[in-house]
Write a protein that binds this ligand. Structure first.
Ligand code: ARG
Length: 397
């Protein structure tokens, strides 16, 4: 009988390199390693070579940078998605995409199973496994890191004794996940929520610019399409804004969040372009969305963020919320000016051809076209219930 086959989501790090060997030796699989490029800025060709070196029978790199930007970041921007009002879902957005590519590769390689390198304490295992089950319920899922029960030293020892080459860099005390939308940094000193994050944990937001500057972002139906008037892909816009906005030190988040698995955890993030784009997009919505739609969208946006955080990317709820999001963006076309200063990114101006902002209604000068006398009856009726309450129940005369 031929050996069973598994496609492993391979990052090139210690855990997934040991997982290649472990799935081969302890579980009897032929391992196919799949690395998905979501703009993490790592050398994935080197990772591919390392996978083969660790015993994979095949190793592939999938370039999913534009797919990630267009199909995953764009819906998040349209929904202004911030989990618990703060976190732009960096890791939460890449997991369903990686899962999709795992499932596709499993079918190409006629694999019996797919595998990920997540621990049992995090959200990422949930996102991978729920996505995989939505896309192909017949696949088995292996989670070696959750199963083997190794400490970090055990893992290093397993690597050494089985000839798995570990990239000989000094071992970082942090667990880092990154993609074009940002970086998530956990562990080390940050496990004490009272302790400030060490300065060296930041990469995308190290200050190198201090001279104030402006940048303009143009949206077409909610999709960022131009930076300073120049058309480019969403991926390029995110990439360029990360550099620019990050160079002013803007884009850091330090929070204690509620994981899906019941743990409160201290998380430090950098997402310069993510936060700047959501800020600019919100601002454009402020002048283009009718009030009731804007208010309902605010409510549904936290629902969207929660669903995606929880691993429900491929779910009927998230699909329905996306339909709402998509429809809401019909007139979200226009331009926002962002100002940049040391550690700051702020909105300096906004305009849209179909803006609902009406100068003649808003102005206090002589061009005022608002019907002032209409307000009298409106306000009296609006306050009627309150007046009745004050008289009857509070006894005011
Ligand atoms: N807490 C964040 C989330 O759940 C970040 C997870 C980062 N993953 C990692 N392996 N360090 O989305």
């Amino acid at each position: 009988m031929s050996k069973r086959r598994v496609v492993l989501a391979y990052s090139g790090g210690l855990d997934t390199s040991v997982a290649v060997k472990w799935l081969t030796l302890e579980r009897g699989y032929d391992v196919v390693a799949l690395s998905v490029d979501v703009g993490q800025g790592e050398d994935l060709e080197a990772a591919r070579a390392r996978a083969l070196d660790s015993g994979a029978i095949a190793a592939e790199v999938v370039d999913a940078k534009d797919e990630f930007a267009n199909d995953y970041l764009v819906p998040a921007i349209k929904m202004n998605a911030l989990y618990e009002n703060k976190y732009p879902l960096v890791s939460s957005l890449s997991r369903p995409l990686i899962s999709k590519h795992l499932v596709e590769a499993a079918s190409r390689y006629q694999a019996d199973a797919v595998a990920h390198g997540c621990t049992g304490k995090g959200n990422d295992q949930v996102r991978f496994e729920v996505s995989i089950r939505a896309l192909n319920p017949s696949l088995e899922v292996e989670a070696p890191v959750r199963e083997w029960g190794f400490t970090r030293d055990d893992t290093i020892e397993y690597a050494r004794s089985h000839g798995v080459k570990v990239s000989a860099t000094k071992k970082s005390p942090y667990s880092i996940d990154q993609n074009i939308f940002g970086r998530a940094i956990e562990c080390g000193e940050m496990e004490d929520p009272w302790a400030a994050p060490p300065k060296d944990v930041y990469e995308m937001t190290q200050v190198s610019e201090t001279v104030p500057k402006e940048v303009s972002v143009t949206f077409d139906k909610g999709v960022p399409v131009r930076l300073d008037g120049v058309s480019m892909s969403v991926f390029e816009i995110v990439e360029k804004l990360n550099k620019l906005v990050g160079s002013y030190g803007f884009g850091r988040i330090d929070m204690v969040e509620n994981r899906r698995v019941g743990i409160k955890s201290r998380e430090v993030y950098e997402s310069p372009a993510g936060l700047a784009l959501i800020m600019a997009h919100c601002e454009l919505e402020d002048i283009t969305l009718e009030r009731e739609l804007a208010h309902e969208k605010l409510r549904l946006s936290s629902k969207w963020a929660e669903a995606v955080y929880d691993g429900l990317w491929f779910s009927p709820l998230k699909e329905a919320l996306d339909a709402f999001g998509e429809y809401s963006q019909r007139f979200v076309t226009g331009e926002v000016r962002l100002g940049l200063e040391l550690n700051r990114c702020f909105v300096a101006g906004r305009r849209a051809e179909k803006a609902l902002y009406d100068f003649e209604l808003a102005t206090y000068d002589s061009r005022d076209a608002f019907q002032h006398k209409d307000s009298e009856g409106f306000v009296r009726i609006f306050g009627l219930g309150i007046e009745t309450w004050a008289k009857r129940q509070l006894g005011h005369k």
